[in-house]
Ligand binder design. Structure first.
Ligand code: XIL
Length: 367
């Protein structure tokens, strides 16, 4: 082997050792699922089956780091039944087969979401409040996966501030069935998934800013009501789309919220972790440091709570992130991409990868 240059030597040291070049080392950082499992937790990522099939680096990163997968789109109603009565389940089935082949757990994301309803269903719900529409959808999707999906996010993003005293989001479900639709959806899901953890999933719960204070308050009151009514609600997904534009993250405030949610008897999962950057004009190293610091401070609090069972990142590499400014055009450069996931555009691990691993390694074990 040729002698290492001073630069390679320093890079090798920074990457944690001298055996091998920086890139060989950097491509195989410690596995996040192993770091999580040591504390009886899990790590996963949102993926699309086409990403898994077409991007070998994504597949390798998934297999190395994830014990759980969340379908980024493939289980949503508008993906599953774009035309009434015509089920398109190939993508979901293929993802489930991939998960099965590799011993990964698939998460059920998501049944009722105001942004994921096929147009025909929106029209139908606005014409008549027919619950059999919901029942048929649940019946066509949930049993197909049986007990292999252990947790279902039954209602996604039910909260919206500024419109109603109870904080429920205006949606075709609320319009058709009234505020009771959430309890009914949980009951309905329970018919088809007797053993699953049934969850609500929500965003905008992380920061100490007025709108998010309201969102936390309203969500906790909703959970209280559902528990009081005996609804089969077992878990809360906290999306954790972190955002450096929202200012500092207050650990104390978030910790108190977690305690309160856990106190209502719910298991908690961080379901959609990523970071929106505030300033993409900074040097990449500084950008990565800021994102990693935020994730570290966030997960240090989250994983200090024994109710938090796992963390799912909303993608693994920046190349596939939904946060990209030009995500529908071919991605050919990396300079202006958001750097908010553990791997960069070329699947090199970033400091965020280490931050997540370190947070798992230093957290008190859950059991
Ligand atoms: C997003 C996906 O990432 C996009 O690819 C898709 O076009 C729209 O949905 N909250 C959620 C996720 O619960 O389902 C959303 O996923 C992101 C926001």
């Amino acid at each position: 082997m040729a002698p290492l240059s001073r630069r390679q030597l320093l890079a090798g040291l920074a990457a944690g050792g001298l055996s091998g070049t920086r890139s060989a080392r950097a491509q195989t950082p410690p596995s996040l699922k192993e770091a999580a499992a040591a504390g009886h937790r899990f790590f996963g990522a949102a993926v699309r089956i086409d990403g898994i099939e077409h991007d070998e680096r994504l597949r390798q990163a998934v297999l190395r780091n994830c014990s759980h997968l969340t379908p980024e789109v493939d289980l949503k109603w508008d993906a599953v039944e774009p035309v009434r009565g015509e089920l398109r389940l190939r993508a979901a089935d293929d993802l489930a087969a991939f998960a099965r082949r590799h011993g990964l757990k698939l998460r059920g994301h998501t049944l009722l979401w105001h942004n994921g309803i096929p147009r025909w269903a929106v029209e139908s719900l606005s014409a008549s409040a027919d619950w059999t529409l919901i029942r048929r959808f649940f019946a066509s999707l949930i049993p197909r996966f049986g007990d292999s999906i252990e947790e279902w996010e039954v209602v996604n993003e039910p909260i919206e501030t500024g419109f109603r005293m109870d904080g429920l989001r205006r949606s075709p479900f609320l319009d058709a069935f009234g505020p009771d639709y959430i309890r009914r959806a949980l009951e309905e899901a329970r018919q088809f998934a007797p053993n699953a953890r049934l969850m609500l999933n929500e965003y905008g719960l992380d920061y100490d800013i007025p709108v998010e204070r309201d969102r936390r308050y309203l969500l906790l009151r909703l959970i209280e009501r559902l528990r009081h009514e005996g609804a089969p609600l077992n878990g809360l997904g906290i999306q954790a789309h972190l955002d450096l534009r929202k200012g500092p993250f207050d650990q104390r405030v978030f910790a108190a919220f977690l305690r309160e949610a856990a106190g209502l008897g719910l298991q908690i999962v961080i379901t959609e972790l990523d970071v929106m950057e505030a300033d993409r004009s900074l040097a990449p190293a500084e950008r990565d440091r800021r994102a990693a610091d935020l994730v570290r401070r966030y997960l240090d609090v989250a994983l200090a709570d024994k109710a938090v069972a796992g963390v799912v990142a909303w993608g693994l590499g920046d190349r596939h992130s939904w946060l990209q400014p030009r995500r529908h055009s071919p991605v050919d450069g990396s300079h202006d991409l958001n750097r908010g996931l553990p791997y960069d555009h070329d699947f090199m691990p970033k400091p965020m990868h280490r931050a997540i691993g370190d947070a798992f390694r230093t957290a008190p074990p859950r059991l």
